[in-house]
Design a protein around this ligand. Structure first.
Ligand code: ADP
Ligand code: ZN
Length: 526
């Protein structure tokens, strides 16, 4: 640090210490602050928990006028404003939660120059009333938080974000800083284009989270698998994500019955219940929050020790953001994900059923493919994640599940041919569970109903157990040799990719299903 004498004495650093009580800037914060202080635009890509807020809060304090912060989340605004006020910063927010009297007071403060920072929802900002207020005020900067909301490809798309270019048009001399934690290269390009940030300096932080250990398990008995995982995390705070509200409730009940301090969180619960559960999660130790992805944006709890996914997230961006809530204090933390064939089938169906444009659906399928590729990968998880975000990582991390226990692969050519021909002989009308029954020669009502005991593929798969077969089918779907039907009944159909394998023109290596997971306590002993 002695090599930065200039910065040591900069007004920004002095303010960082005086107001926020931090000794030094983290990562690129210092450079970002200088850029905005000097009146330049900035695009900041920094992982969640990286310290984005300071990047606009400090320049807003140091520049004359009020910093206008566009933020899509009311809850997040309120938390930030609360925290700033406790530090003695003159901060306020304007959103639909204020009554007209309170809003009028904030507006007066703005015009009178009595605010350092004003948080405002985009739809509010764009009203002619608010814009004319801005005309009468002194503006230090515009901060556009969660800038990826401008991208129609992200799941947080907010159409109003598209209109934020008018800030630049009406106040060309006011610096703008756009911030996000979620942006792959195409999204980044879209942010730049949609917000007219071509001249902005880009600050792209590393997405590496060395203290997070990534693990993916093939779903077998996911409740038991979750309990085994949580066994290593007694008394730890953590988040368990599920796809549906119903599953959130069921999982929270299941955990609570076993004596864990588990609380549900999803948009179907009363706002007061949600707020109470969130409050307990933040304040108490050892709460397991079982939640849909409605929970988490803007949650600032440094000691979240694990994030578990009971279902597949929607994309690797989402996964990174959700798991990024673990281990913000820098201590070891775990990201754990249970992945099964059903997840891929369900998510494909949700994409297919949605009313998005064909173009967008294609993109969503591609994002899902990338995620499934990550799950099935036999290589380093951290490296795979970083590569996806366009960042090179020197070698394998040595820390994730695949690094620590390199998965075995096996020549699954024969098994795959049996599986494919079984799907074909049953007219591509059945899901994996029934196909496995046929292959293993099970005597079920469904087998008899369709006369499948007389097929040539009946009973030819006795050499593998049901779990191994599930692995084969899951990976055939992941690799695109089988695809779930569009009607969404989970029936598996052959794709053109399957032909060379059936013709014996190619062989197939698959990942062996992991044996029952050892407790890490045992691993530590050995
Ligand atoms: P983000 O918006 O990128 O998710 P925040 O701005 O909420 O991150 O910051 C995350 C946490 O890091 C906060 O608790 C904040 O106080 C802390 N933090 C930010 N910058 C610094 C710094 N320079 N030194 C110490 N702590 C910091
Ligand atoms: Zn690794």
């Amino acid at each position: 640090l002695a090599c930065y004498p200039m910065r040591m004495s900069s007004p920004a650093l002095a303010e960082l210490r005086r107001v926020f009580g931090h000794d030094r800037f983290r990562g690129e914060q210092g450079d970002i602050v200088e850029q905005v202080l000097a009146g330049g635009d900035a695009l900041v890509l920094m992982p969640t928990g990286g310290g984005k807020s300071l990047c606009y809060q400090l320049p807003a304090l140091l520049r004359e006028g009020t910093g206008i912060v566009v933020s899509p989340l009311i809850a997040l605004m309120q938390d930030q404003v609360e925290a700033l006020r406790q530090l003695g910063v003159r901060a306020a927010f304007l959103n639909s939660s204020l009554d007209s009297g309170a809003a009028a007071q904030v507006e007066r403060q703005l015009v009178d120059g009595d605010l350092d920072l004003l948080y405002v929802a985009p739809e509010r900002l764009l009203t002619s009333r608010f814009l004319s207020l801005l005309e009468r005020s002194r503006i230090a900067l515009f901060a556009i938080d969660e800038a990826h909301c401008v991208s129609q490809w992200g799941h947080d798309f907010r159409p109003e974000y598209r209109q934020l270019t008018l800030l630049h048009e009406r106040w060309p001399e006011v610096p703008r800083i756009a911030l996000t934690a979620t942006a792959d290269a195409p999204t980044r390009r879209e942010i730049i284009e949609r917000l007219a940030l071509e001249d902005a300096r880009q600050f792209i932080s590393s997405f590496d989270r060395p203290n997070i250990r990534y693990t993916v398990v093939a779903k077998d008995d996911s409740r038991r698998q979750l309990l085994d995982f949580l066994d290593d995390h007694r008394c730890d705070s953590g988040i368990v994500y599920c796809l549906s509200r119903r599953k959130v409730d069921a999982t929270a009940d299941m955990l609570a019955e076993r004596g864990l301090r588990a609380l549900p969180y999803h948009a179907g619960l009363d706002a007061s219940v949600r707020a109470e559960h969130q409050r307990r999660f933040l304040r108490e130790d050892g709460i397991v929050m079982v939640a849909t992805i409605a929970f988490g944006m803007g949650i600032d709890k440094p000691d979240v020790r694990f994030v578990a996914h009971m279902d597949l997230p929607k994309s690797l961006e989402g996964y990174y953001q959700e798991t990024g809530r673990a281990g913000r204090d820098g201590d070891p933390a775990e990201a754990w994900l249970a992945y099964g064939l059903g997840d891929a089938v369900l998510l494909r169906r949700m994409i297919g059923d949605g009313d998005a444009s064909e173009e967008r659906k294609r993109l969503e399928h591609a994002k899902l493919d990338a995620l499934i590729g990550y799950c099935e990968s036999t290589a380093c998880r951290r490296q795979a994640l970083l590569t996806y975000f366009g960042e090179a990582h020197a070698g394998a991390c040595g820390h994730c599940d695949n690094c620590q226990q390199p998965p075995a692969t096996w020549d699954a050519t024969e098994a795959a041919r049996k599986a494919l021909s079984c799907a074909y002989r049953t007219e591509q009308r059945f899901g994996a569970a029934h196909l496995i029954d046929v292959l293993r020669g099970a005597d079920t009502a469904k087998v008899r109903q369709f006369g499948h005991q007389s097929l040539s593929t009946y009973g030819i798969g006795g050499d593998l157990d049901a779990k191994q077969w599930r692995g084969v089918f899951r990976q055939l779907v992941s690799a695109g040799l089988l695809e779930p039907d569009i009607e969404g009944h989970g029936a598996l159909r052959l794709t053109a990719e399957a032909t060379p394998l059936l013709r014996g023109e190619r062989r197939l290596q698959l990942r062996a299903e992991a044996p029952k997971r050892e407790s890490r306590r045992n691993q530590a002993k050995s």
